[in-house]
Design a protein around this ligand. Structure first.
Ligand code: AMP
Length: 204
């Protein structure tokens, strides 16, 4: 199965994508997570994309397409989380690959902003939420024992810019796939389990 998941910041895309990836044996591809890892490792790619992530700006399409193509090489089943993010990326993607369904998690900005306050991750990108997905020991990653912190780009001024770009660019992509009958809209303002069940019902 080939899926895409859309939604604003902190709509639960990453969490739901992880669950679906496990359940349906899909490769979970998040260009944002791949780039944060490259930045942590201080690779050439990491150095190139760092200024964009720090400012909450979209990384140039050619760079993102290369990341996506590498990540999807020889993959028949995947879930894309965070791509395509504007119409240029969507049209480029449409030329190279097709997919089955795109899940759109609908969440108001107010909820996005509230959720972001509690979002934490470790330097390897394992993510938590202090209320909805808490680690076993507060402030410590369950998987590798590393310290949890708030993402720099989740801080208020950068977050507002990311939400602005989402409304300006990504909603156009959602409309594009809606017109092709590919979108499943899910109310993302429910518990993690409720959202997951709603997605399962829609996919079945
Ligand atoms: P995310 O983890 O999806 O919230 O993405 C974090 C940041 O990575 C974004 O604010 C952008 O700077 C960059 N990014 C992630 N995905 C894309 C994409 N498809 N196109 C351009 N930039 C992206």
């Amino acid at each position: 199965m080939k899926l895409i998941i859309f939604g604003p910041q902190a709509s639960g895309k990453g969490t739901q994508a992880e669950k679906l990836a496990q359940e349906y044996n899909l490769k979970h591809v998040s260009p944002g997570a791949i780039m944060r890892h490259e930045i942590e490792q201080n690779t050439i790619l990491g150095q190139k994309v760092k200024p964009y992530l720090e400012q909450g700006q979209l990384v140039p399409t050619n760079v993102i397409l290369e990341i996506i193509q590498n990540a999807l090489k020889n993959e028949n089943d995947f879930i894309l989380d965070g791509f395509p993010r504007d119409i240029e990326q969507a049209l480029a993607f449409d030329k190279i690959l097709s997919f089955d369904k795109a899940i759109f998690l609908k969440v108001p900005d107010k909820v996005s902003k509230e959720r972001i306050q509690g979002r934490r991750e470790c330097e390897d990108g394992h993510d938590y939420h202090i209320l909805y997905k808490p680690p076993k020991i507060p402030g410590i990653c369950d998987e590798d024992g590393k310290k949890l912190h708030m993402r720099e780009d989740d801080k208020d001024n950068i977050l507002n810019e990311r939400l602005r770009i989402y409304h300006e660019n990504t909603e156009e992509v959602i409309r594009h796939y809606e017109s092709l009958g590919k979108i499943i809209t899910i109310n993302g303002d429910q518990t993690i389990e409720e959202v997951h069940q709603a997605i399962q019902r829609a996919l079945n």
